[in-house]
Design a protein around this ligand. Structure first.
Ligand code: C5P
Length: 232
């Protein structure tokens, strides 16, 4: 059973190693962090090694999306970094996900991004030209991910109940789009509070700006933890 603090994945949407070390110093309870495109593209693989040496779990969120052969190569290289979680876009299709899954070595989990939590119903239908509801699309993508042998998906906490009931509780759900009551939503659309996300059954909550951009990151983390522990 994972402890509650480890279920908070802090999104380090920062640019330098110096900024990362400064913020981590302010959040001594941190156990799991997420490195996204901005940070990885500016610091490179060395930062991943550094975070692992600090004893942290690392989700490398590069959202791979390419032809199957290229996705295979990318995931193979990234897998060798020893990250705890890697991801790709389910929109790349079944064959891409299957090839990428074959590239995974060691204990690394590979999960698929269903629909970004910044995408709402209207954007899905009118811009992405995908008909039907967000929930149907997320379930379809998650089912394909499961068929491809992936360990789970990234989705909004709003879809977790549906996915767990259809695909089983062992299929991991990692959920961004989490906002404590009173926090700004910024560009996120399909959101829930930490309490609601835990009640819905989310395995891991990805939270960035509400912690990292807070005037007191340690307190922001602690408040979220208390809220989660009340329902977990
Ligand atoms: O600051 P905030 O809590 O909105 O950060 C959410 C993080 O989760 C960002 O790093 C974003 O890239 C990531 N993410 C997301 N929606 C997805 C997948 C990843 O918001 N579907």
């Amino acid at each position: 059973m994972i402890n509650t603090a480890e279920r908070i994945i802090i999104a380090l949407d920062l640019r330098t190693k110096q900024d990362v070390l400064a913020i981590l110093k302010k959040i001594p309870q941190a156990q799991f962090v997420k490195v996204g495109m901005e940070l990885f593209y500016s610091t490179g693989p060395d930062l991943i090694v550094c975070l692992k040496e600090m004893g942290l779990k690392v989700f490398l969120d590069l959202k791979v999306h390419d032809i199957p052969n290229t996705a295979y190569g990318a995931i193979q290289v990234l897998s060798q970094l020893g990250c705890d979680i890697l991801n790709l876009h389910c929109a790349g299709g079944l064959e891409m996900m299957q090839r990428a899954r074959e590239a995974i070595t060691g204990e690394t989990l590979l999960i698929g991004v269903t629909q970004l939590t910044s995408t709402d119903q209207q954007v899905l239908n009118t811009q992405l030209k995908i008909s039907g509801s967000i929930e149907d699309c997320v379930l379809h993508y998650a089912s394909m991910a499961q068929q491809a042998g992936l360990h789970g998906v990234v989705c909004s906490p709003k879809e977790v109940g549906l996915l767990k009931s259809k695909l089983g509780t062992d299929f991991i759900t990692v959920t961004p789009g989490v906002r404590p009551a009173g926090s700004g939503t910024q560009d996120q659309k399909r959101i829930m509070t930490p309490k609601e996300a835990i009640q819905a059954g989310s395995d891991y909550l990805v939270i960035g700006r509400p912690i990292v951009a807070s005037s007191d990151p340690q307190e922001a983390f602690a408040k979220i933890l208390v809220e989660m522990e009340m329902v977990s």
